[in-house]
Design a protein around this ligand. Sequence first.
Ligand code: G3H
Ligand code: 13P
Ligand code: NA
Ligand code: ZN
Length: 328
Amino acid sequence: ARITLRQLLDHAAEQGYGVPAFNINNMEQGLAIMEAADVVDAPVIMQASRGARTYANDIMLAKMIEALAEMYPHIPLCMHQDHGNNEATCLSAIQHGFTSVMMDGSLKDDAKTPADYDYNIAVTRRVVDAAHWVGASVEGELGVLGSLEHGAGEQEDGHGAEGGLSHDQLLTDPDQAVDFVARTKVDALAIAMGTSHGAYKFSRKPDGNILAMHVIEEIHRRLPGVHLVMHGSSSVPQELQDLFNASGGEMPQTWGVPVEEIVRGIRHGVRKVNIDTDCRLAMTAQFRKVAQNAKSEFDPRKFLKPAMDAMRDLCRERFELFGTAGQA
Ligand code: G3H
Ligand code: 13P
Ligand code: NA
Ligand code: ZN
């Protein structure tokens, strides 16, 4: 059954678990997530970026979600707009059956240029008002994450950095978070806590203290009713990089966010954990493997089925490790 982000994350907070939010662009990814959720009895957040909506078409996505909800009526399903850039993106998502939207006002509506605080508050508040009139939830974002386009740059300590900003400047200010939530009334808040988007987060193996746990704890202590969202939460597993490269890929060595770090975040108020890169890598490593091992194969299903299975297994593991399993 359909559920809003607010309903799902209120339950997650009560029970102390986190929910992975997996990006989808096509039927195979939707099926993979639902199969995994069904096996372990987990509630689901699926999210579509603006790029996903352009790729698949809004009508196709809407009917797909309807089909998935009908196939798995016992699984709570939240459909969320990832990184909405303005009011039109968010409201048209709700029109197409999304139960939740992210208004990312940390960037201007070009989705590139950092926006000022007053702009972020004003645009987010407008989306919250409209979404709440029709029963949808809203996630806001406060703080500078690694670039959506280029991933984060790298500092010598292996921590991602964006445009020469220091590690501290990349972290959300707790005082500002309190003010932002009071003035926008968002249901969930994405904060900058040391992660960045994409595969290239860290240039060396993280030492186990990559998340700004003090910032997470402080914001959670002062805003206990607000659900924290962690973007850039792919772990970029070594075995997936190895399979990709053993199958003719040329992906430079990289490190993501260790799953144990995400679990620590969940203990301190992180409820929604955004994962896209890991799913992409799990699927594409299988495409490469089939292409390399079965050079005469031309049935797309022979590529897509192992890719789907690999994504399903990855999703299942995240549901189990984040405590989502058994909560449907
Ligand atoms: O945060 C961005 C997500 O990974 C979506 O990426 O815009 O290429 O669909 P995309
Ligand atoms: P990853 O690139 O780490 O998977 O992050 C995805 C994300 O934050 C989507 O909003
Ligand atoms: Na999002
Ligand atoms: Zn994101």
